[in-house]
Design a protein around this ligand. Structure first.
Ligand code: BDR
Ligand code: CA
Length: 308
């Protein structure tokens, strides 16, 4: 069977790294388009290039927007992922470089080259995707699926009271994507929390005798320690969970389809407002993943690290 063609828009990021590893194990990854988010664009592109080198792949990496579309960048997530986004291990940078084509244009070109087959997995602020949509509003007609890691569907955010990081970092971009994309498959932060992974399980995975496991062990150490010190009961792996949904759609055991809007102002800026009871006239634009098969999710993570 032909492997799915996946384009990953990402801001690596420790959890992005595991998601990218999963995709390379199970899909044909046609490109990584890079956003600023967890840390600045120079770091997120360097991290993506390093990861491709560690994997031993030739996946092209396209640098995208260094800032949100409209607003000043809010606080990044270096306190979770390390100042360099990869746990400050001091790794040797890859000798590879990014492609000359900007991320938004690469998204459009790849959507033509793989028209009808491409699965876009958005694991970062939606800046690059919004820009691509503005350049070509017909983009969704060529894309088979758009899976987004983002939002907190009941308003329990992880970056402000109500906003999840990817949406809260660039709400205007998210507003464009949610307003104009016909159907988004949404794996939100609250789903991530419900599907956390025991720290012992992750520790076992990263002990696998495999270079990729050793690399992930090193870059994830700070994040794991930070999460445990904060008293989190499990490790939240947001981007891998979204990637699991992208790779194995039937891993989602329960979904709900509703309209999701993005709040742009005030205390709720960056919140995902879900019309749970379909009160409004706005069309359904999201299939919200409510529950996934935990054992299959963990198996996908483990195999990406050579531990499965
Ligand atoms: C999301 O924000 C980032 O910090 C993670 O990489 C993930 O994409 C979780 O809210
Ligand atoms: Ca991310």
């Amino acid at each position: 069977m032909e492997k799915p063609k996946i384009l990953i828009d990402t801001d690596p990021g420790v959890d992005d790294a595991l998601a990218i590893l999963m995709a390379h194990r199970h899909a044909d990854v046609v490109g990584l388009t890079i956003a600023a988010g967890n840390v600045g664009l120079a770091h997120t592109t360097a991290n993506a290039l390093k990861l491709v080198e560690v994997i031993g792949a030739s996946t092209p990496v396209f640098a995208g927007c260094a800032t949100p579309l409209v607003a000043q960048p809010p606080e990044d997530a270096a306190f979770v992922h390390g100042l360099d986004g990869f746990g400050d291990t001091g790794y040797t940078h890859s000798a590879r470089s990014t492609e000359n084509e900007p991320a938004a244009q690469a998204i459009l070109r790849l959507s033509h080259e793989h028209a009808g087959k491409l699965v876009i997995v958005a694991l970062a602020p939606l800046t690059n995707l919004a820009l691509a949509l503005r350049l070509d509003p017909e983009l969704p007609s060529r894309v088979a699926r758009l899976v987004v890691m983002g939002g907190a569907v009941n308003g329990r955010g992880n970056t402000t009271v109500s906003a999840e990081f990817n949406i809260g970092f660039d709400p205007e971009a998210a507003h464009i994507v949610f307003s104009e994309w016909p159907q988004i498959e949404l794996a939100d932060w609250e789903l991530t929390v419900r599907h956390g992974i025991d720290f012992d399980t992750v520790a076992r995975w990263v002990r696998a005798d495999h270079p990729i496991a050793r690399f992930f062990d090193a870059i994830s150490r700070k994040t794991r320690a930070w999460s445990q010190e904060r008293g989190r009961p499990q490790l939240a792996l947001a981007d891998p969970l979204a990637m699991a949904v992208a790779l194995q759609p039937d891993i989602a055991r329960h979904t709900q389809e509703h309209h999701v809007a993005i709040a742009l102002d005030g205390l709720a800026r960056g919140a995902t407002i879900v019309d749970w009871d379909d009160r409004g006239d706005a069309r359904t634009n999201a299939r919200i993943v409510m529950d996934v098969d935990q054992a299959r999710f963990e198996a996908l993570c483990a195999s990406a690290l050579g531990a499965g």
